[in-house]
Design a protein around this ligand. Structure first.
Ligand code: GLA
Length: 406
C-alpha cells in the first residue's frame, strides 16, 4: 500500500522530466538580442534588422571564421521575428513575411547544412516582451509542434505578460509538449527571472527536471557595470545557485557582450573568465561580421572554453573576497581547478596579490602546476602551502589552471 502511495506521489515529478539528453556541457552559440534588439526596419537598416539575412550571415561567419570549430554551434533568434498576428485559420505563429520571406524551415535547413543548430524565441503570455504574439497556455502544444516541424533545435520561452500562476502551469507544460513532439529540442526557461530568482518562489529542483537552462536574473546590457552586477548576484546567492547547475541543466547569467561597444580588453577577459567559472551558457551577442581580432581571439581561446565545458559541470564558487578583489574557484575533472582572481576595483594601479593553494583548500596532491590560462604560460610548480605572487589590473582578471602533478 505504502509503496503504491509513494509511487503515485512520485509520478508527476517523473513525467514532467525533460529528459532530452542534450547540453551535458553548457551550450555555446550566438544569440541576437543584446546586440540587435528589436530592429525591424530592413529598408533603413538592411544589415542589422531581425531578418533571415541576419541569421544566415551570422551562421556563415560562425563556420568561416573558426567559431563553430571552437564550439559555438547555436544560432538563436530572439524576439520580434513574427508577424503581429497569428494565422487566423491555423492559429500558428507566422514569421514576418518581409523579413523572413521563406519562413523558418528553410532557414533551419540552411543552418543545419552548415553543421549548426537553430534556436527560436517564444513568450509565455499574451505578448512577447517586444509586443509580438505570445504563447498562451492553450497555444503551447501547437507552438511546440510548429517549432518541431520547422526543425528548430532550441526554444527560449520568455515570461513577459504572464502571471505567476500561468508560469507555474506553462513552463512544465511546454517541457512536456517539446518532449511529445519527438524532436530533440533544448529548452531555455526564463521562469526564475520573472519570480525574483530565489526560493521559495523559485523551485530549482523542478527547473532542473524540466529545463536545460534558465535565466535567473535581469537582462545583461552593454556595460561593465551590468557584468559586475550579475557576477555580484551570482556570488551573493551561490549556495542556492550552485546545487541547481549540472550536466543538462544550467543557470544562465545571460549573453556574452565581448566584441560589442563597451568592454575594455581586461573587462572582456573578465566576463569570459567568469562565465567559464560559472559553467554558464556561452551565447555571444555581437556582430560577427565586424568583430575585431582581439575580441575574436579571446572568445575562441581554448583555455576559458575548456574550463567552461568541463564534463563534471560543477559551477564555481566565490571562495573569498576582500574590498574589491574576488577569488573564485571551480573544481574540474581530474583533480584540477580553475581559479579566477577578479579585480573589481577602480584604483589606478594593479593589485598585488599573494595566495597559496592551501588557502584555497587545494591540498590533495604534493605538487601542482599552475598555468596562466590567457597567457597560456606555466607559472611553475607549487607545493600547496607555497605562496605565489602576482598582480591583477583594475577591471581585469587573472585566470589560473591548477593541475596536480601526476
Ligand atoms: C526579455 C528577455 C531578453 C530578451 C527580450 C526580448 O527582456 O529577458 O533576453 O529576450 O525580452 O524582448
Amino acid at each position: 500500500m505504502w509503496t503504491l502511495i509513494i509511487c503515485l506521489a512520485l509520478l508527476p515529478v517523473l513525467t514532467t522530466s525533460l529528459d532530452n539528453g542534450v547540453m551535458r556541457v553548457p551550450p555555446m552559440g550566438w544569440l541576437a538580442w543584446e546586440r540587435f534588439r528589436c530592429e525591424t526596419d530592413c529598408v533603413r537598416n538592411p544589415h542589422t534588422c531581425i531578418s533571415e539575412r541576419l541569421f544566415m550571415e551570422m551562421a556563415d561567419r560562425l563556420v568561416k571564421d573558426g567559431w563553430s570549430h571552437a564550439g559555438y554551434k547555436y544560432v538563436n533568434i530572439d524576439d520580434c521575428w513574427t508577424e503581429k498576428k497569428r494565422n487566423a485559420t491555423t492559429g500558428r505563429l507566422v514569421p514576418d513575411l518581409k523579413r523572413f520571406p521563406n519562413g523558418i524551415k528553410p532557414l533551419a535547413d540552411y543552418i543545419h547544412s552548415l553543421g549548426l543548430k537553430l534556436g527560436i524565441y517564444a513568450d509565455l503570455g499574451n505578448f512577447t516582451c517586444g509586443g509580438y504574439p505570445g504563447t498562451t497556455l492553450d497555444q503551447i502544444q501547437l507552438d511546440a509542434q510548429t517549432f518541431a516541424e520547422w526543425g528548430v533545435d532550441m526554444v527560449k520561452l520568455d515570461g513577459c505578460y504572464s502571471t505567476p500562476e500561468e508560469r507555474a502551469i506553462g513552463y512544465p507544460k511546454m517541457s512536456k509538449a517539446l518532449n511529445k513532439t519527438g524532436r530533440v529540442i533544448a529548452y531555455s526557461c526564463s521562469w526564475p527571472a520573472y519570480d525574483g530568482g530565489l526560493p521559495p518562489k523559485v523551485n530549482y529542483t523542478l527547473l532542473g527536471e524540466i529545463c536545460n537552462l534558465w535565466r535567473n536574473y535581469g537582462d545583461i546590457q552593454d556595460s561593465w557595470d551590468s557584468v559586475l552586477n550579475i557576477v555580484n548576484w551570482w556570488g551573493k546567492y551561490q549556495d542556492i545557485l550552485i546545487p541547481a547547475a549540472g550536466p543538462g541543466h544550467w543557470n544562465d547569467p545571460d549573453m556574452l557582450i565581448v566584441g560589442d561597444f563597451s568592454l575594455s580588453e581586461g573587462e572582456s577577459r573578465a566576463q569570459l573568465a567568469m562565465w567559464a567559472i560559472l559553467a554558464a551558457p556561452l551565447f555571444m551577442s555581437n556582430d560577427l561580421r565586424r568583430i575585431g581580432r582581439t575580441a575574436r581571439a579571446l572568445l575562441q581561446h581554448p583555455g576559458p572554453i575548456n574550463i567552461n565545458q568541463d564534463p563534471l559541470g560543477i559551477q564555481g564558487r566565490l571562495f573569498f573576497s576582500t574590498a574589491s578583489l574576488d577569488v573564485w574557484k571551480r573544481q574540474l575533472k581530474g583533480g584540477r581547478y580553475a581559479i579566477a582572481v577578479l579585480n573589481k576595483g577602480t584604483g589606478g594601479t594593479p593589485k598585488k596579490v599573494e595566495l597559496s593553494l592551501s588557502s584555497l583548500n587545494i591540498t590533495t596532491a604534493q605538487f601542482y602546476v599552475i598555468t596562466d590560462v590567457y597567457e597560456d604560460k606555466p607559472l611553475g610548480l607549487y607545493k600547496p602551502n607555497a605562496s605565489f605572487h602576482f598582480s591583477v589590473n583594475p577591471s581585469d582578471v587573472l585566470l589560473l589552471l591548477v593541475e596536480p602533478l601526476s
